[in-house]
Design a protein around this ligand. Structure first.
Ligand code: UDP
Ligand code: MG
Length: 308
């Protein structure tokens, strides 16, 4: 069995040598083959040089992004490169503890496909923890995945999880949600979390909105990507029906009661609703065609095991 450790790294010059030492000690004790994959995400603080030095260790692989593409993209590059049967992700900033890796592996051995770290005693500013809590409740409400701390990078996966999984935006925090939806068995264990000693956090308030929009996309994919007409068709029919009956009502008032309807605001609403209805319906047909093309080019693997 081979382990791949994927580490998204952006401006962590002081952290990477320390992390490499800590990680190597733990991994050497495990008696598995391993590779440590640092994905440098366009650093400009000397991290690149530090990583070049580490590459003298034969177990270290380094991928350099052309520019800063973001943590999700860095993880995606690592996943696509990794050769291991088990893939472990962790932050480069020493906040995750390599000593938790054996626990993740032991839990995976119980028959899970994904084991996610839960930073129960998280060492981050209060504001960050608060927003993370709110975002977490929203995520649990909208998706079927129920783990506490999806944003913790320290996680272990079986390699099958990444077949046809394309990540972008802020999607890395929804990997467990996407995998749960695809039928993989996801669980969590409490892990150690440490305060950041060197370097600074790469995230501000901006990620709240980005994360929220990505959550909506994840939700759409999970619920409607296989049949988008169910969403847009329903919306379209509702709007159209409302507009249609409101229009009938106006006509009735005009012809039965002899009222003038040209100055009625309702007339505008009727036009709006009918047009919206047609638009939504058309959007449903188009997205249906698009997702059919998508699924043909990258089908989701549904079968976990075949007996013959
Ligand atoms: N990171 C990255 N690209 C980015 C931002 C962050 O590769 O554009 C890496 C960063 O180096 C770290 C991990 O993602 O290893 C998590 O970032 P950070 O520690 O800043 O997030 P926080 O712990 O504050 O949520
Ligand atoms: Mg951090």
């Amino acid at each position: 069995m081979k382990l791949s450790i994927v580490i998204p790294t952006f401006n962590e010059a002081q952290n990477v040598p320390l992390l490499h030492d800590e990680l190597s000690k733990v991994l050497k004790g495990l008696k598995h083959q391993y590779e440590i994959i640092f994905v440098d995400d366009g650093s400009n603080d000397g991290t690149r040089d530090a990583l070049r030095r580490l590459a003298s260790d034969k177990n270290v692989k380094v991928l350099f992004h052309r520019r800063n593409f973001g943590q999700t993209a860095a993880m995606d590059s690592g996943f696509k490169y990794a050769h291991g049967d088990i893939i472990i992700t962790m932050d480069a900033d020493l906040q995750n503890d390599p000593a938790d890796i054996p626990k993740l592996l032991a839990k995976l051995d119980e028959g899970y496909d994904v084991v996610s770290g839960w930073r129960k005693h998280r060492q981050d500013p209060v504001s960050k923890k608060l927003f993370s809590r709110i975002a977490g409740s929203l995520r649990r409400m909208l998706t079927r995945e129920k783990i506490h701390d999806s944003g913790c990078t320290l996680k272990a996966y079986r390699k099958e999880c990444f077949a046809n999984l394309d990540l972008y935006g802020e999607m890395h925090r929804y990997i467990p949600a996407i995998l749960t939806w695809r039928g993989f068995r996801v669980t969590e264990i409490v892990v150690n979390h440490r305060a950041r000693k060197f370097g600074t956090t790469k995230y501000g308030m901006g990620r709240i909105l980005r994360g929220f929009l990505d959550l909506l996309i994840v939700k759409f994919w999970m619920q409607y990507s296989a049949r988008p007409i169910q969403l847009f068709g329903r919306l379209g029919l509702c709007c159209f029906a409302l507009g249609f009956f409101a229009g009938l009502y106006l006509l009735w008032q005009k012809f039965a009661d002899g009222q003038a309807i040209a100055n009625r605001p309702l007339l505008l609403l009727v036009v709006l609703l009918v047009l919206l209805g047609v638009q939504f319906f058309g959007m449903g047909v188009i997205t249906d065609a698009l997702t059919k093309i998508y699924y043909r080019s990258s089908p989701i693997s549904r079968v976990s095991e075949t007996l013959e």
